[in-house]
Design a protein around this ligand. Structure first.
Ligand code: SF4
Length: 69
């Protein structure tokens, strides 16, 4: 499963880093770092992070795999 975060939309709320810390991490106050390829066993956490993101900035699966923005 692939994941893409729209960093223009991301407001640094860090919900994702809290819910799936192996995939998302805050770097400083606002910058988000993430793993574009979700490790096995992390899918469920990532889906929870997707649901929790207040601005729907996280795309997963086929939406994230097109390479388009
Ligand atoms: S939960 Fe959404 S807004 Fe918050 S840091 Fe993650 S991607 Fe950005």
């Amino acid at each position: 499963m692939n994941v893409v975060v729209d960093l223009n939309r991301c407001q640094g709320y860090a919900q994702c880093a809290f819910l799936a810390p192996e995939v998302f991490a805050m770097h400083g106050e606002e910058a988000l770092l993430y793993h574009p390829v979700v490790p096995d066993g992390q899918q469920e956490r990532v889906l929870r992070a997707v649901a929790a993101c207040p601005v729907q900035a996280i795309l997963v699966g086929e939406e994230a795999g097109t390479g388009e923005r």
